[in-house]
Design a protein around this ligand. Structure first.
Ligand code: BGP
Length: 478
């Protein structure tokens, strides 16, 4: 057997992209609740006030809030051992600033975790997946405000204590490294006070963004430290958006540029979260980019004391880095890059690179030597129903098969891999475009970009295929 016994096969979601019920049972608005839908040609917009004629896809999403029993039963039928989901901070603290948590919000996640346990599914919970309370944007300019660290600590203490018997695996921030580049501003660092405009902010402010990121890194470390002190059976992980980059050519200038890109985009946050200190290369980057991070006494000690137990990441695609600005560009998750002539792309222009996953797993494990988990992977595609009324998504099966094969290679290379939770195991709202049409799921949801659809769930071919993969612990990928 390639995959170890107890391997955590499952799927991944995020509250803001699938729960809906955005203002039900006391929930407050979070950043994505203020974001309109878009497409891969027209960007999503952030609005300060809700606009009457705009569509806000998180408001209903696929309404997991009222379908959780049915959905978790479907995950169980596929054989899931693990389910990655996030808690919507604004269900627990509607503005982030209350003294007391919202009981109805807490009770909802009790029901969800109980349902998972009933089916023998281990929850893997992201504490903050692009879900900052919007009130904290208005009051503190998002994570730029140091006060937000305290709000986050309060939230963590409440959920740790409440769910201590139901949840053991935690991730602090989804794709925290998105704070190292401009496209991460809206959803990650959320320094968008007073901002109305497109998803890719027009006036990026790296000084603010890195200050906000510092606060997130401190908040993450404090949460990990607190969990370790009070709940020794918790396992605390980080979560990185891994944007694998190859030099476009073997010209040393391309190679060095790629190395610098890898350092600040892919390694910087995890060097802090796994090794417990700002890496030396970041000093030069900050000097050259005129970034001055304000720290308070104790910050460096917190970073040192709050290192994670396991490393998790998303992997969808790879890109190339070139010093030649005329090279053709390719789309990608959060960032564009130079197009790799050896790879094909998805409908949204993300380059499909299964071998890049083996390469990436080896690189990460060589660097840190702690257990790894792939907590997002998948292909966003247009799904059309066939004449028989079913979705025959052989392209999705191909994508997943090739990536699982390469994970198997990495395990044989000696990488310690805990599990695999492909993204959007059930169709949900796209984070970057706000579309429903960009589907990742093995379960189809009757919900469309114009907001119509009866929300009914249907199994795609990939549902049955993944069921077989799990039941054979990854041996039968046919
Ligand atoms: C990751 C995010 C997810 C998810 C995924 C797919 O970066 O963590 O929230 O959405 O990407 O991206 P998209 O939805 O833009 O296709």
């Amino acid at each position: 057997m390639r995959f170890p016994e107890g391997f955590l096969w499952g799927g991944a979601t995020a509250a803001n992209q699938f729960e809906g019920a955005w203002d039900v049972d006391g929930k407050g608005p979070s950043v994505p609740d203020m974001m309109t839908s878009g497409s891969h040609t027209a960007p999503r917009r952030v609005t300060e006030q809700l606009e009457e004629d705009a569509l806000y896809p998180s408001h209903e999403a696929i309404d997991f809030y009222h379908h959780y029993e049915e959905d978790i039963a479907l995950f169980a039928e596929m054989g899931f051992k693990c389910f990655r989901m996030s808690i919507n901070w604004t269900r627990i603290f509607p503005t982030g600033m209350e003294d007391k948590p919202n009981e109805k919000g807490l009770a909802f996640y009790d029901r969800v975790f109980d349902c998972c346990r009933k089916h023998g599914i281990e929850p893997l919970v992201t504490i903050s997946h692009y879900e900052l309370p919007y009130a904290l944007v208005q009051k503190y300019n998002g994570w730029v405000g140091r006060e937000v660290i305290g709000c986050f600590e309060k939230y963590c203490k409440v959920i740790f204590e409440r769910y201590k018997d139901k949840v053991k695996l935690w991730l602090t921030f989804n794709e925290i490294n998105c704070g190292t580049f401009a496209t991460g501003t809206v959803l990650e660092t959320s320094n968008i006070k007073g901002y109305t405009g497109p998803f890719t902010v027009e006036n990026d402010n790296p000084q603010e963004r890195f200050q906000a990121l510092h606060h997130q890194l401190v908040a993450s470390a404090r949460a990990v430290q607190y969990a370790h002190e009070h709940y020794p059976d918790f396992k605390m992980g980080n979560m990185i958006c891994f944007l694998t980059a190859y030099p476009y050519t073997c010209a040393p200038d391309d190679v060095v540029r790629t190395q610098k890109h890898m350092q600040m985009i892919n390694w910087f946050c995890s060097d802090v979260q796994v090794r417990g200190a700002y890496p030396r290369y970041s000093k030069r980057y900050f000097t050259e980019n005129n970034i001055h991070i304000q720290m308070e006494d104790g910050d460096l000690e917190d970073l040192k004391a709050g290192t994670v137990d396991f490393y998790t990441f998303s992997y969808y695609m790879s890109n190339c880095v070139s010093t030649d600005p005329t090279i053709e560009h390719s789309n990608g998750n959060m960032l564009v890059g130079a197009k790799n002539p050896y790879l094909k792309s998805s409908d949204w222009g993300w380059q499909i690179d299964p071998k890049g996953l083996r390469y990436t797993l080896n690189e990460i494990y060589d660097r840190y030597q702690i257990p790894l988990m792939v907590v997002e992977n998948g292909i966003g595609a247009y799904d059309e129903k066939d004449a028989d009324g079913k979705i025959h998504d052989s392209y999705r099966i191909d994508y997943l098969r090739q990536h699982i094969e390469q994970m198997g290679e990495a395990v044989e290379d000696g990488v310690e891999l805990m599990g695999y939770t492909p993204w959007g195991c059930i169709d949900l709202v796209s984070a970057s475009t706000g579309e429903m049409a960009k589907r990742y799921g093995m379960i189809y949801v009757n919900k469309f970009d114009d907001g119509t659809g009866d929300l009914s769930r249907e199994k795609k071919d990939s549902f049955f295929w993944y069921q077989k993969v799990i039941s054979t612990n990854g041996e039968d990928l046919s």
